[in-house]
Ligand binder design. Structure first.
Ligand code: ZN
Ligand code: ZN
Length: 288
């Protein structure tokens, strides 16, 4: 299902990229160029994400006993690099035009082709968001909103070029291009920030750790003495959790193990993708 949606996204993205490039060639507008470059980044990112997801899903093996789920961070880092290149390219084209604005040509057919591209993108966004909701897939829904934000960017660009056409204020074209470049850079920064966090074994945000502690407290209710040294780290769709569980020294190994299995079951049910490791200790190891 997700693979099918990814292939559809890719197909539409390629079509949109072709149309937007045509619109740029017809008009020579740098704003339309920046719009097309944003689509290029999206296509490259979609390809990289497909490859990374396929690799990340491989089960753990002898050389990668914790699995391959961090693979997807590499595709995000690649996307970050592409984003910076795209922004630089836009700036290189837009700055000279900002200093010496020139009237655009072929605006009628150019804007029409661009509208067509945005229409196709809009339909794709609608489809992805609806499918994402129906299958409860946050990844699909997020994809849909990403495409929708592209549609809004394009709409802004089209409006701006229309305005420049009406008023003859042609500096609007490079100005819009630089605005799009800024937006692309911001998007790339967020992506890279997230990926570097994952590669550096960043822990879960405090509110999620609190949620984990609540589930542990509920299950323990008097059977164990305390939990300490609780650590989390995320690796793509998986999160690794480990902690020390202090139980009464007389508790049998069998009972302590059952308690751990129950805890692990509760946690993995409440937080899909969580991998739990518990270290059992007697009360002499108590820290409070
Ligand atoms: Zn301990
Ligand atoms: Zn066991």
């Amino acid at each position: 299902m997700a693979a099918q949606a990814a292939r559809l996204s890719l197909g539409v993205a390629l079509l949109v990229l072709g149309l937007k490039t045509l619109a740029y060639l017809l008009t020579g507008s740098v704003a339309l160029l920046s719009d097309a470059l944003e689509s290029t980044v999206n296509v490259a990112a979609a390809l990289a994400a497909l490859a990374a997801i396929r690799y990340a899903q491989k089960p753990p093996d002898d050389t990668h006993p914790f699995g391959h789920s961090k693979a997807e961070y590499f595709s995000a880092v690649l996307e970050g690099v592409l984003v910076v290149l795209a922004a630089l390219l836009i700036a290189k084209e837009a700055l000279p035009k900002l200093l010496r604005p020139t009237p655009l040509e072929g605006l009628g057919p150019g804007l029409l082709v661009s509208l067509l591209a945005s229409g196709a993108n809009g339909l794709l966004a609608y489809h992805l968001i609806r499918e994402g909701r129906r299958h409860r897939s946050p990844a699909l829904t997020a994809d849909g909103y990403h495409v929708l934000s592209d549609v809004l960017t394009s709409a802004g660009v089209l409006l701006g070029i229309g305005l420049a056409w009406l008023t003859g204020f042609w500096a609007l074209d490079p100005l819009l291009a630089l605005l799009v470049a800024g937006n692309i850079l911001l998007m790339g920064f967020r992506l890279v920030r997230h990926s570097v966090g994952g590669l550096m074994d960043e822990g879960l945000p405090p509110e999620e750790v609190e949620g984990i502690r609540r589930v542990i407290q509920e299950r323990l209710s008097g059977r164990a003495l305390e939990v300490h040294d609780l650590k989390t780290r995320r690796a793509g769709p998986r999160t690794f959790l480990e902690f020390h569980l202090v139980v009464p020294g007389r508790m049998s190994v069998e009972e302590a193990h059952r308690l751990c299995d129950e805890l692990e079951g509760d946690l993995e049910k409440a937080f899909p993708g969580l991998v739990v490791t518990i270290h059992v200790e007697p009360e002499s190891e108590r820290q409070r």
